[in-house]
Design a protein around this ligand. Structure first.
Ligand code: F3S
Length: 778
């Protein structure tokens, strides 16, 4: 490699304890009868909290069935989700975090005019929250990455990720770190609190899908195209309950940051996470980012067979992909699994009748802001500039970290981009999470092209009519010079103002900087391995509109609950039947609501405001059949939820397929619970959201017969009939639900539950946190 390694950092707190992990794994192997293991199994099982308790005495470990009690080694949190996680952690009453933990200020930074001004304004607007996060970090010994330091996933990859590690992050794209051959799992704050309090973290042993990569990416095809292609194959649900484990020669000729992009977007198919065997490119990346000691330790662990699958390891499914056959792919609009190869995209656009126009090109974000990405797009920008072209549309670039930004600047990559009209935004999430102050396209149908990972309606600029197409940064860049949606940079020319035409050559980038990375502005960075300062006061103003202490949710059962039904959920009124796609963005919208992440009362005002009511087909309309005089029957969804809360009327939701898909946003579980939701019956759930509901004491149930969905409507009463048996230890997969319709009709339907013994304890206590608190006290 031609890159210069960075000076070695102190890596003692970030090097996984490989000898201990390997020893634990050896014991697990014995208990499992020495069968060959996949890499993902090795990492999971070497982090079992207590292998003897889980596996001795002939206990079986069945992927897709057995619940694992795990001990993650690290937690990372972004500024939006960290607020609620910390409020929960604080209520547990511990003096310090049980594992190294970091906070990253990235989601609350707005993109408006450019990096410096946007950063200053966002710091001012969010002062109270940043101060809260920083003081809590100081008190509990958490590493605090200030606004401007970069996006959580890029910083984790640059600083904390290490092969073979098991870590949790309170953000759904935490799997990005998998580019360094570890298991990084996106969770809600309550799960993070498990790790932070040293409570075993529970995960149903995922199935393992092997993705066998052969061949080599060439021409315009990039790692992004691999995952865009795979998303099209697997769909947004195809990875649910599964880990994607890549293997084969095609892994070894990709850069570490390229693999991180692939791993990042495993979240888009619902995968628990993604991982890769340890490669020489990972070693080079560790060295280039100052972590040679981690690389040396990983080399030794790899020599003992820890960092790759065993020969003969069995996968639940194997997908074959020949990288040599891959072409660039564009996914969208509105769903990340609508994949169209670039060569067919123009035809697709014409068939849909869309305007042949893009209104903006956006590159960077946590998904695609590596040095390789940035030098590849700079190569295209140079080609275009030499031909006298500048970007035809607003062209925005979000560096993933201060380190990337400073290195780009030093190596004149930034100059090249700005020369063709690019605006460089702050090192933060910005437009990727709806923090894009974009006024010119309000209410207008338009198409943007981004190198981001997610493209649900309203995600970027709050406009439901903005069609977001996901592509590689190089395709986004090239198309920004044409301004046309049907443009294929591999084949089509761009007419020049002076006459004649210009064609792009395939881009070429550099995976690591020849002169090494430069850290840039180091005042953004945390103190290394901070010790807790227990005397620090964590301030929440009593009249704050941004932060609010969390009150424990009451249990549904027992004394004081007002529930006469013993160990059955109280009688619930159905608030609404949600139709179709209902992601966590629909349940708890982001954008302007992000500022209320630490204030449950305020943020709950956005509950389900973009969900469609199946009774009537309208957005954000629910019906209150017992409305009081002076109240209308129809109201907004949070409006009706508030009425139910005021009447002490616990309620339920009936929802469609893959409910809660998209993210680890635990507010999507906290908010309904706050208003009194106790049960949700779905055609199916997304994994993280289902767990989040359980953590907050909401019972998720699956229709056994999906047609039963339409048999229940708003105002009906639903009651569990045999939940008590589950609490009493019955090994049954079903729970009966009695439905009393508004017209008096009564019937009982079977539903399926996924509650483990521990999760039943959470339900009984009212929330996982109530349960943890009672454990700590005893
Ligand atoms: Fe930030 Fe998540 Fe995008 S971490 S950059 S919002 S995918």
């Amino acid at each position: 490699a031609t890159h210069a390694p960075m000076a070695e950092k102190d890596c003692s707190s970030i090097t996984p304890p490989y000898p201990l992990l390997i020893k634990k794994l050896d014991r697990v192997r014995e208990l499992l009868g020495n069968r060959p293991l996949t890499l993902a199994e090795k990492i999971l099982y070497s982090h079992l909290h207590d292998p003897e308790a889980s596996l001795s005495g002939g206990k079986k470990l069945v992927r897709g069935e057995t619940y694992l009690q795990l001990s993650p080694e690290r937690v990372a949190m972004q500024d939006a989700s960290a607020q609620m996680a910390l409020l929960q952690f604080m209520s547990a009453g511990l003096p310090r975090c049980a594992v190294p933990t970091s906070i990253h200020c990235d989601h609350l930074i707005q993109a408006n005019v450019g990096a410096d001004a946007d950063l200053q304004r966002s710091i001012e607007n969010n002062k109270e929250v940043f101060e809260f996060l920083e003081s809590a970090a100081r008190k509990y010994g958490i590493e605090f990455w200030r606004p401007g330091s970069g996006i959580i996933h890029q910083i984790v990859l640059e600083n904390y990720a290490a092969p073979g590690l098991l870590m949790l992050g309170t953000d759904s794209h935490t799997p990005n770190a998998g580019g360094l051959g570890l298991l990084a799992i996106g969770v809600g704050g309550a799960d993070a609190v498990d790790a932070m309090t040293g409570t075993p973290w529970e995960l149903k042993a995922p199935q393992i899908v092997g993705v066998h990569l052969t061949g080599k990416l060439n021409g315009w095809a990039t790692p992004k195209d691999l995952i865009l292609h795979l998303a099209g194959k697997l769909t947004v649900k195809g990875g649910t309950g599964r880990i994607l484990e890549y293997f084969g020669p095609g892994v070894f000729n990709q850069s570490c940051t390229g693999l991180a992009t692939v791993s990042n977007m495993g979240a888009e198919v619902g995968a628990t996470t993604s991982t890769f065997p340890y490669t020489p490119n990972m070693r080079a990346y560790l060295q280039a980012t100052g972590r040679a000691p981690v690389a040396r330790a990983a080399d030794e662990a790899a020599a003992k067979g820890f960092l790759a699958a065993d020969e003969g390891a069995e996968y639940d499914e194997v997908i074959e992909i020949n990288l040599s056959d891959l072409e660039p792919t564009i996914n969208g609009p509105f769903t990340p699994d609508l994949a169209t190869p670039l060569s067919r995209f123009g035809k697709f656009v014409k068939e849909q009748g869309w305007k042949d126009e893009i209104s903006a090109g956006l590159i960077g974000s946590c998904t695609n802001s590596s040095y390789e990405d940035m030098t590849s797009v700079a190569d295209l920008a140079k080609q275009a500039k030499a031909a006298g072209l500048t970007a035809k549309v607003p062209f925005l670039c979000t560096p993933g970290s201060e380190q990337i930004r400073a290195t780009m600047e030093r190596d004149e990559v930034t100059d090249v981009l700005q020369d063709v009209g690019a605006t460089v935004l702050a090192n933060a999430c910005g437009p990727c999470i709806g923090q894009w102050k974009r006024d010119d396209k309000k209410g207008e149908e338009n198409a943007i092209l981004t190198s981001f990972n997610r493209n649900f309606k309203s995600r970027n600029d709050g406009n439901r009519l903005t069609m977001n197409f996901l592509a590689s940064p190089t395709v986004v860049t090239a198309m920004s010079f044409s301004g046309k949606l049907t443009f294929n940079p591999m084949t089509d020319p761009i007419p020049l103002p002076t006459g004649g035409e210009f064609r792009f050559s395939p881009p070429s980038g550099q995976d690591l900087p020849s002169a090494g990375f430069t850290p840039g502005e180091t005042s953004f960075y945390p103190r290394p391995t901070p010790e807790p300062q227990p005397e620090t006061e964590v301030v929440i103003k009593p009249d704050s509109q941004r932060l609010e202490y969390l009150k424990p949710f009451p249990s549904h059962f027992g004394e004081g609950s007002g529930n006469p039904r013993g160990l059955e959920i109280p009688s619930l009124k159905v608030l609404m039947r949600v139709r179709g796609k209902c992601t966590t963005d629909h349940i708890s919208a982001a954008g302007p609501w992000l500022k209320y992440k630490g204030h449950l009362t305020n943020i709950s005002e956005n509950l389900l405001i973009t969900a469609v009511n199946d009774e009537g087909g309208e957005v954000n309309i629910a019906f209150d059949h017992e409305h009081e005089p002076g109240q209308s029957e129809a109201d907004t969804i949070p409006g009706v939820a508030k009425r139910f809360k005021a009447r002490n009327q616990p309620w339920a939701l009936v929802v469609d397929e893959n409910y809660g898909e998209g993210s680890a946003r635990e507010h999507a579980a906290l908010q309904p619970r706050f208003y009194g939701c106790a049960m949700i019956i779905a055609r199916s759930f997304a994994r993280i959201h289902e767990t989040n509901l359980k953590k907050q004491g909401v019972l998720p149930l699956w229709f056994v017969d999906k047609a039963d969905y339409s048999r229940i409507g708003s105002g009906d009463i639903v009651e569990t009939v045999d939940l008590v048996d589950l609490f009493n230890g019955a090994q049954t997969e079903t729970v009966g639900v009695k439905v009393t319709r508004r017209n008096g009709e009564i019937f009982t339907i079977p539903t399926r539950h996924t509650m483990s013994a521990d999760q039943l304890k959470w339900l009984r206590a009212g929330s996982a946190l109530n349960h943890i608190r009672s454990q700590i006290k005893s």
